[in-house]
Design a protein around this ligand. Structure first.
Ligand code: GLA
Length: 515
């Protein structure tokens, strides 16, 4: 979880003057903390005696600390999604403008602590707040023709955050094939935050020591018959402080295309230090990169990640997006998934082939939810026509995890060619019945129990409007998690749905005796 959201900004070299060491000089001003092959973070410090606080009123990363002699101790409260966590920095002053620090921060998994060493150096205000470059006037971008059904793949973030490397990604590509995930439809291997370092003398973005050759990595993933995605930001830095594309949009688009990437996740993050959260800035920044991608002539899926700001579902397609995050980050527990998933029902009509609402990546298999909860997660994402981007370790999946991620009948709902929106029937207490019309005279019905006790949830057969013109034909129904038929008798069907669980049913007009 090493990510002070929005305020960790990667930078090049210190632009401060080379002052003579003066252990007494005040810490007032801006500082950049850099971890070799890691992100960097900016601090705005104010010193009063031995006490250290944040110097800017709008500095949203609260910090407290002390400087006693040459010993610095800082505690930063960083916000990640809805959670706040503490990062500790401790170390000694090397000179007036430089400290060597040890950092301790929570890792991705509960109880995990990551320790690393970095250097804190004084920088100028311009380093933290670079000059604003102009954005293009808003104009509709052409459809790139990609992802006519919601993209499916794997992304590093949910399981690893930035603690992964080239070998991990290659192993994940191998596992995508050997586990059967590729055959089930998962095809994009997406490298999220953590790969970039800085820029070379020509301004070209380069990978860090954990990602020494991004082209070779793309070649490897392609050799497996898969596609590969990369990650950047309209800001100078991505969320955890690695290099972003600000001011280098065309150059980076060309680099990603030359390396052979097929997908770009473009995350707002550090852009908050430059642009406003206005429609013109949000849309303009994404449009700028969409145009740069189009100019490469390589088909790259463009994934917008700005957490749903400015009702992105209304303009994401115009700005050249193939998918756009509609929410803040998901985390691997029921409350997060339930809140995000069901909130999508209000905006599901904005998804269409080539342009999808993205309620964030899957947490299935990461261990924070029960199997019933993960089945709810997968069923809901499929009914929503959401991108299915797995976020677990594909090398070590249990049979249960495989049965959830690779349930072909559930995936078929997500990928249904008609791509019609799901319909919500008025919720009853904690019960939800969602109905999604499918191709070939069929519907999917999700019976969801959001409560903590088993519930009886049902629907009337005639509410599905499949039987209007049946003639001599009749309906057939199937439970897509039990993989067995349901007899279509009486007026309705009612199931006992476990707490936080789902019963997902496909009902179809019988077609010549086949289902
Ligand atoms: C943001 C995004 C996440 C992930 C991280 C990386 O929080 O929403 O999906 O990309 O940044 O830092």
């Amino acid at each position: 979880m090493l990510k002070p959201l929005f305020f960790a900004l990667t930078l090049g070299l210190c632009t401060c003057s080379l002052a003579q060491p003066n252990a007494q000089s005040s810490l007032d001003g801006f500082w950049q903390y850099t971890v070799p092959n890691g992100g960097t973070t900016f601090f705005a410090l104010k010193q009063s005696g031995e006490s250290i606080t944040a110097s800017e009123a709008d500095w949203k990363m609260p910090l407290t600390g002390t400087l006693q002699g040459n010993k610095l101790h800082l505690t930063v409260s960083a916000k990640f999604g809805n959670e706040t966590f503490e990062i500790l920095y401790e170390g000694v002053r090397e000179s007036a403008d430089k400290f060597e620090l040890n950092e301790k921060a929570p890792g991705v998994r509960p109880g995990e602590v990551i320790e690393r060493k970095g250097t804190l150096q004084r920088v100028s205000r311009e380093v933290v707040y670079p000059e604003r470059l102009s954005l293009p006037p808003l104009a509709d971008q052409p459809d790139n023709g990609l992802v006519r059904t919601p993209p499916m793949g794997w992304n590093s973030w949910n399981h690893y955050h930035d603690q992964f490397d080239d070998a991990t990604v290659r192993q994940m590509a191998d596992a995508m094939i050997s586990s059967g995930m590729a055959a089930a439809g998962y095809k994009y291997i997406i490298v999220d935050e953590g790969w970039s370092s800085s820029r070379d003398a020509n301004g070209n973005i380069v990978g860090n020591a954990r990602f020494p050759d991004m082209k070779a990595l793309a070649d490897y993933v392609h050799s497996k018959g898969l596609k590969i995605g990369i990650y950047s930001s309209p800001g100078p830095q991505v969320c955890g402080g690695y290099q972003g594309s600000y001011g280098h949009e065309e150059q980076d688009a060309k680099t990603f295309a030359d390396w052979g990437y097929d997908y770009l996740k473009y995350d707002w993050c550090g852009a908050s230090r430059i642009y406003q959260r206005t429609p013109a800035d949000l849309e303009g920044a994404y449009q700028k990169m969409a145009a740069a991608l189009a100019k490469t002539n390589r088909p790259l899926v463009f994934s917008l990640c700005e957490y749903g700001w400015g009702d992105v579902w209304k303009w994401g397609a115009k700005a050249g997006g193939n998918l756009w995050r509609t929410t803040g980050d998901i985390s691997d527990h029921w409350a997060s998934m339930d809140r995000i998933g069901f909130a999508q029902l209000d905006i599901t009509q904005f998804s269409k082939p080539g342009h999808w609402n993205d309620p964030d990546m899957l947490e299935v298999g990461n261990g924070g939810m029960t199997a019933d909860e993960y089945r709810t997660h997968m069923s809901l994402w499929a009914l929503l026509r959401a991108p299915l981007i797995a976020g677990n370790d594909l090398r070590t999946m249990t049979e249960e995890t495989k049965s959830i991620l690779m349930n072909a009948e559930v995936i078929a709902i997500d990928q249904d060619p008609e791509a019609l929106p799901v319909q919500r029937t008025p919720p009853q207490a904690t019960s939800e019945v969602l109905v999604r019309p499918l191709a070939n005279e069929a519907v999917a019905v999700g019976l969801f129990n959001r409560g903590s006790a088993p519930a009886q949830i049902g629907f009337r057969w005639d509410s599905l409007h499949l039987n209007a013109n049946l003639g001599g034909k009749s309906l057939e129904a199937r439970d897509l998690w039990k993989h067995e038929g349901i007899s279509v008798t009486g007026d309705s069907y009612t199931a006992t749905v476990p707490p936080h669980g789902v019963v997902l049913v496909r009902v179809a007009v019988k077609q010549f005796g086949t289902f």
